[in-house]
Design a binder for this molecule. Structure first.
Ligand code: NDP
Length: 316
């Protein structure tokens, strides 16, 4: 029992949603406690240059932006903790959460900002160039600009892949879509749009064998037709992966309503409310549509304001 800690506001996750929620909650005197999670700083720490977050006219690297957001949250006395929440129990009036260090936390309000994880193919060459920031990305809107006037490849055939291929087609001279079956998973309208775009080439029944590079950056993609066995090298400087995301919501599934793909459902559209009173959601854990740092930050603000109002209504 000695290890139980109480807080008015527990924030789970440290991407732009979590830190923005912390800044707002701290400035509203809620003394928030924030657990950073498995990947402190979230998905932005795997992004090189962020040029689309308002307020940085020269751009900023993803890791630098997260350091600044953390510093801003700490400036207002957010209790930022290295570690992650392993279990929750939202069945009673008190929201109980357990951390990996064994602490039991009783929170009046909880803000879930655990984000989502982009899926990758898992090829060694893909991971190598991803880690060195050498031309592999899971976000065309974030990184497409760096491949202006160049040739790119994008893997996937869902709505995201179509949307991102179309986005890239406006910047790049040529976009090659790698589709593993003989058809798209995407909605008809999205698939038709890429099929009708002149500088998008679609290769069906192909799998990526290797991301090719010169040790500094990507130079091409080796693909293999899974019907004929024929191998083809596609020259490109950018290799985009759009094969889906996995929301980091597993620990909440017994208490919080999720959709069929694991994203948290908003109880009331246009708010941050979940089906559990006093538990709010921000960022990519509930967003499969926009997935941007700036939208995550916006919903982090909403969640903190909703949490503050909830506490005020309870007389705290
Ligand atoms: P999806 O799960 O819908 O699609 C994933 C795609 O990636 C599929 O075509 C799948 O192929 C392919 N894929 C998966 N694994 C591999 C692999 N290892 N190698 C090659 N290809 C692979 O994910 P999305 O991110 O596209 O969409 C998620 C959800 O978000 C959907 O419900 C979608 O409708 C929605 N969305 C809506 C948008 C909008 O309305 N504007 C925009 C973006 C997303 P296969 O088909 O063979 O399984």
């Amino acid at each position: 029992m000695s290890d139980i800690e109480k807080t008015k506001c527990l924030i789970i996750g440290s991407g732009p949603a979590g830190y923005t929620a912390a800044i707002y909650a701290a400035r509203a005197d809620m003394s928030p406690m924030l657990y950073q999670g498995m990947q402190p700083g979230g998905q932005l720490t795997t992004t090189n240059e962020v040029e689309n977050f308002p307020g940085y006219p020269e751009g900023i690297t993803g890791p630098d932006m997260m350091v600044q957001l953390e510093a801003q949250a700490k400036r207002f006395d957010t209790d930022v903790r290295f570690g992650f929440i392993t279990k929750v129990d939202f069945s009673g009036d008190v929201h109980k959460c357990w951390a990996d260090d064994g602490k039991e936390i009783h929170a009046d309000t909880v803000i879930i900002s655990t984000g989502a994880t982009a899926k990758y193919l898992g090829l060694e060459s893909e991971q190598k160039y991803l880690k060195m920031g050498g031309g592999v990305s899971a976000c065309a809107v974030c990184d497409g600009f760096f491949y202006r006037g160049q040739e790119t490849v994008i893997v996937g055939a869902g709505d995201s892949a179509c949307e991102e291929a179309h986005y890239l087609s406006k910047l790049c001279t040529k976009v090659t879509m790698i589709v593993r079956r003989d058809e798209f998973r995407a909605s008809k309208i999205m698939a038709e749009r890429v099929k009708n775009t002149e500088n998008i080439t679609i290769m069906y029944n192909v799998n990526t064998v290797e991301v090719l590079g010169d040790g500094q950056g990507v130079t091409g993609t080796l693909v293999k037709n899974n019907k004929t066995g024929e191998e083809t090298t596609i020259p490109c400087t950018g290799f985009f992966v759009a094969i889906g995301h996995k929301p980091n919501t597993d620990i909440f599934k017994d208490f919080i309503n999720l959709d069929e793909t694991g994203y948290i459902k908003y109880e009331e559209p246009g708010t941050s409310l979940t089906n559990v009173e006093g538990v709010f959601v921000a960022g990519d854990a509930a967003d499969k549509r926009y997935r941007q740092a700036v939208t995550a930050a916006g919903t982090g603000c909403m969640a903190a304001l909703d949490a503050e109002r909830y506490l005020a209504a309870k007389g705290h």
